[in-house]
Unconditional design. Structure first.
Length: 88
């Protein structure tokens, strides 16, 4: 998938939930700058996209960690990654 920054921002701000979900999934699973890239979405969209994201079985732990980091950063949800918690 080759999209320009402008196209990516347009999809993230657009009205098509399918395109948003695809872009969100690609960013969550592949971005080297996860939190900055997810900031393209509105807070309302982030919440919906995170809640609807199904963690795949392949590389489950990796995707769980990335999803949880996004939940903590954008939605102020609990940190579930033991190695990153202050008291574990």
């Amino acid at each position: 998938m080759n999209l320009s920054d402008t196209e990516l921002a347009a999809f993230a701000a657009g009205d098509d939930p399918y395109k948003k979900q695809i872009i969100f999934q690609k960013i969550l699973e592949n971005s080297t700058d996860l939190l900055q890239d997810l900031a393209l979405f509105s807070r309302k969209d982030i919440e919906s996209l995170i809640d609807n994201y199904a963690i795949p079985e392949f590389n489950r732990e990796y995707y769980f960690r990335r999803k949880n980091l996004a939940e903590v950063y954008f939605l102020n949800r609990p940190l579930l990654i033991k190695e990153l918690q202050w008291n574990y």
